[in-house]
Write a protein that binds this ligand. Structure first.
Ligand code: FES
Ligand code: FES
Length: 157
């Protein structure tokens, strides 16, 4: 039985109609058009679908949409401000932190949460934060460089 719920997504209130079994990833992609939420394994293994819920990284394929009611959801589409990429996005562009780009939104959302709690991470801390995110293209060195560069840019403000 479909149910209407209100979600707070990228600082906007959104009313959606979901089944009890609709995942947050399905809801964000199919109902709100937020296709930056990538779905690959659909079983919590790859991190492609990572978003932030109340500031914490979450695999959107493993969360039910109804569980997100009343919580703050942020997707990759919510990072840019006034037409300017977020510094983490900008760093991924400048340091070629991607090849096909499929894993990139998830990587960036994890990095966003990491730099919020730890503005000056070591390389090892970046690796540990990204341990649940798989890059099939093997772009890890440039992804890590991108995150470290973004951290420096953000500290210099
Ligand atoms: S698609 Fe969600 S973890 Fe892989
Ligand atoms: S850049 Fe292709 S999967 Fe990571």
């Amino acid at each position: 039985m479909a149910e209407r719920i209100e979600l707070r997504v990228n600082d906007r209130n959104q009313v959606v109609e979901v089944e009890p079994f609709t995942t947050l990833a399905e809801c964000l992609r199919n109902q709100l058009g937020l296709i930056g939420v990538r779905v690959s394994c659909n079983q919590g293994d790859c991190g492609a679908c990572t978003i932030l819920v109340d500031g914490q990284p979450v695999n959107a394929c493993m969360e039910l949409a109804i569980e997100a009611e009343g919580r703050s959801v942020t997707t990759i589409e919510g990072l840019a401000r006034n037409g300017h990429l977020h510094p983490i996005q900008q760093a991924f562009v400048e340091h070629h932190g991607m090849q096909c780009g499929f894993c990139t939104p998830g990587m960036i959302m994890v990095a966003r949460a990491l730099l919020e709690s730890n503005p000056a991470p070591t390389e090892q801390e970046v690796k540990e934060a990204l341990v649940g995110n798989i890059c099939r293209c093997g772009s890890y060195p440039k992804i890590i460089t991108s995150v470290l560069s973004a951290a420096q840019t953000m500290r210099e403000g």
